[in-house]
Design a protein around this ligand. Structure first.
Ligand code: XMP
Length: 520
């Protein structure tokens, strides 16, 4: 699906670690943008994409190195506003007749302050109210001579050309990174840039929903679509969007592997059947999964068994759906952005994410991926637009292998039942104390050990439960959530009092790294 009806901004990626943040800032201004690696942006690509404005990202290379990346020269003749960031600024200067030099004590990493000169520039509206702006620098090279037509509008101690522009052509270039958090007023620069480029802010979730529905109808025609539902936000939003678009042509398959949280299967099935009247197959295959997992304690073996069975089961049910030609998946934009590979030359790696890995090829199904253009928070906004309850949209992530990876050692029905109950009590505590939305992920795990305790004057020999809560932005790194001692004491008491079979509770203090969020 493409968004040709929107004004489009093109971000040419030179491999900066923070290019995705540029896209985030622009989407916050309701501007539709796409990131493409510089290798793919040819003259023909540019002509076809027809951007209303272009941003050149930062990158790790040096424009002083022979053969280093460049923007297509035709870009500068398109008559569209261009903004160069860091490496983007430098290649812009090099390509337009300026000069860039390396090192010589002018490298700058981290916080710096930029001061303005006397000239006014539309890009800088709302900047320098206090005489200077904090910015985030990360450069070894610097512009030593600006290209003809350019003027300097801001300098920092080690970047004499921190902000430069050729205002008549709407070409702007900055040495620092306005997209990062440590350039506190950086979002304003992007806002000014898209405003002066004439964007109307037509990228809204209501508009996206209508457009996505129309695109799904066009793609699918009168054919049947199947969708694997996990109960998570991405697959749920995908399913509901498809249901709005094609109604009865959609069948969802919810594979219940017996490793879900307490009452989860019933709640998911009820929500989809009652509220949305979606055709839903509830595949209760818990006996199969738990049977195959019997006696298995190696974490990777568990994951492999679950992954394989999941595909087998999904395929079994999908085969029964007559005329199915499409498989819907909740792939998100970060999964499809091609990453620039400097070591690997022009061949870039495409991260492709399959919720039901390998199925489309195996079954000869075509893919419908209506969330491919969205970031996670945009999926949440779309979910709200589609009427999903806020409490559902804000649920903590839950891994595909479910409770299996929260039960180190052998999985038994007894341990799973204890784990489900302990987890439910713990999450109830967090909700009651109003902490749920502050935490990225919280869950209980059951440890592969029994310990001795004393309850009601009697000896106990029961399971130990670990509780875990982490804060995170993307799940890649995580920090332990700092509960109060009082909260932890109350939670321990409730779990032991309310869950039979548990006599000890541990709090997992491990951050990621060195730990991972899940125990396995
Ligand atoms: P780790 O444990 O690797 O987890 O720190 C990072 C995030 O990913 C989730 N996770 C998974 N999600 N399938 C999923 O859909 C999986 O196999 C899987 N393993 C981990 C985990 O819950 C956390 O949010």
């Amino acid at each position: 699906m493409t968004s040709t009806s929107h004004d489009r901004l093109l971000i040419i990626d030179f491999g900066s670690q923070v290019t995705q943040l540029i896209a985030r800032r622009l989407r916050e201004s309701n501007v539709y943008c796409e990131i493409h690696p510089y290798q793919n942006v040819t003259d023909a690509f540019l002509a076809d994409f027809a951007p209303k404005a272009v941003i050149l990202s930062g990158g790790p290379d040096s424009v002083t190195r022979e053969g280093s990346p460049r923007a297509p020269q035709s870009l500068f003749d398109m008559g569209v506003p261009i903004l160069g960031i860091c490496y983007g600024q430098q290649t812009m200067m090099e390509q337009l007749g300026g000069k860039v030099e390396s090192g010589h004590g002018t490298a700058e990493f981290g916080r710096a302050f930029v001061t303005p000169n006397d000239h006014k520039l539309d890009l800088l509206d709302g900047w320098f109210a206090n005489g200077k702006e904090q910015v985030w620098m990360s450069h070894g090279d610097h512009v030593s001579q600006i290209a003809p037509g350019f003027e300097v509008y801001g300098t920092s101690p080690n970047a004499p050309c921190a902000i430069i522009a050729d205002a008549s052509r709407h070409f702007y270039a900055v040495q620092f990174h306005p997209e990062v958090h440590h350039t506190p007023n950086g979002a304003k620069l992007y806002e000014n840039f898209v405003k002066l480029a004439g964007f109307t802010g037509d990228w809204t979730m209501a508009g996206y929903k209508d457009q996505a529905i129309a695109a799904i109808r066009e793609q699918v025609g009168d054919k049947q679509v199947i969708c694997g539902l996990s109960g998570g936000v991405d697959s749920s939003v995908t399913a509901i969007l498809l249901h709005e678009a094609i109604g009865e042509q959609l069948t969802c398959v919810f594979v219940d592997h017996g490793l879900l949280r307490l009452n989860e299967a019933a709640e998911v099935v009820k929500m989809f059947r009652d509220n949305y009247n979606i055709k839903l197959i509830h595949a209760d295959e818990s006996d199969l999964f738990l049977g195959e997992l019997d006696g298995v304690s190696d974490p990777e073996t568990k994951r492999k068994i679950i992954g394989k069975l999941f595909i087998d089961v999904f395929q079994k049910y999908a085969n029964g759906i007559e005329g199915a030609e499409f498989l819907a998946q909740g792939t998100l934009y970060p999964d499809v952005i091609e990453s620039v590979s400097f070591s690997g030359g022009p061949s870039v790696t495409i991260k492709s994410h399959h919720n039901v890995g390998g199925l489309p090829e195996k079954m000869g199904l075509k893919l419908v991926e209506p969330l491919r253009e969205l970031f996670k928070d945009e999926v949440r906004a779309l979910g709200l637009e589609l009427g999903l309850p806020a409490s559902f949209i804000g649920r903590h992530p839950f891994p595909g292998p479910g409770l299996a990876i929260r039960c180190p050692g052998e999985i038994t029905r007894e341990k799973l039942a204890i784990l489900q109950q302990a987890d439910a009590v713990y999450i109830d505590q967090i909700r009651k104390h109003g902490l749920y939305d502050e935490i990225w992920q919280a869950f209980a795990a059951i440890l592969p050990m029994k310990t001795v305790g004393v309850m009601g004057d009697g000896r106990t020999y029961d399971y130990a439960v670990a509780i875990r809560a982490v804060t995170s932005v993307d799940g890649m790194t995580a920090d332990t959530y700092p509960f109060t001692h009082e909260f932890m004491g109350e939670t321990m008491t409730r779990i032991i009092n309310e869950v039979k079979g548990v006599n000890r509770v541990f709090y997992d203090l491990t951050s990621k790294p060195p730990g991972t969020i899940e125990l396995e």
